[in-house]
Design a protein around this ligand. Sequence first.
Ligand SMILES: NC(=[NH2+])NCCC[C@H](N)C(=O)O
Ligand SMILES: [Mn+2]
Ligand SMILES: [Mn+2]
Length: 324
Amino acid sequence: MTQPSTIPSRFLSHPNHLGVVAVGFNGGQMKKGVEAAPMALIESGLLTQLSEDLDYEIHHDDTIHYYENDIPAEDPDHRNMKKPRAVSAVTERLSSQVYNYAKDGKFVLTLGGDHSIAIGTVSGTAKAIRERLGREMAVIWVDAHADINVPEMSPSGNIHGMPMAFLTRLAREDRPDIFGWLKDEHIISTRKLVYIGLRDVDRGEKKLLREHGIKAFSMHDIDRHGIGRVVEMALAHIGNDTPIHLSFDVDALDPQWAPSTGTPVRGGLTLREGDFICECVHETGNLVAMDLVEVNPSLEAVGAAETIRAGCSLVRSALGDTLL
Ligand SMILES: NC(=[NH2+])NCCC[C@H](N)C(=O)O
Ligand SMILES: [Mn+2]
Ligand SMILES: [Mn+2]
């Protein structure tokens, strides 16, 4: 069975304490079902495994947050964004929940929900790390997609395709009810962002990645160099003195391993490659937070259980589970 992690966690004052936030939110895209993922992941035993097998002390309020009271009744499109006020209100609240765990020096695990929630999670950890350690945090974004569309150039208007644009200030909006609450302390530098697994990147996004010199490893790079070398290069780009937030979109995995997700793209990572990325990031001792997003148990009836199992495996790997 599994041994408790022995990797020291440089940037956490309570490395074996886990703040868990369950976010049953689907407003960053149009498909129902992704809001059921946190419940499905927890019911399949994820938190029990983390506490019993990996010895974490779990801090969880035993609620799945749907944030109904925060969601405005009227929410017309704004700058091509769909449900901008709902996503803004939910991520603003989420940001302070994540911040509260992170400022205590706990590891923060967020179970989504669609990927728009990363606006809340990344901003919350970034702010806490700045205050607590006076440092800039890095983000490793494992995904088939870059999720860095500026609203005007998004082909869908779905905000789950835009979080990284707001988090780096490539997109900016001053209205307080539409992401105007994002302040400098919440922001990530484009130099501290690394992508792994990309294979469905929109035209405008490709242009942004190039113009801003954002480090990105596509499936092509993984085919060419192998996953071991790619992870090594990704971590070398970040450097060994930087806290890391890992945002893992389950659609980075090939649909063979994770079919139940809203925007599946063929030609992805094997589950073993996904786990390997998580294991290596854990081994750095620099990981301070993880998101697992875009599991949608209501898509692909037969694939749902498999997708949930894959999601659990990724989280366990990032939290120090080892094969031996
Ligand atoms: N988090 C995700 N699954 N994002 C998919 C984004 C797809 C496409 N690039 C868009 O902007 O709509
Ligand atoms: Mn994706
Ligand atoms: Mn994504």
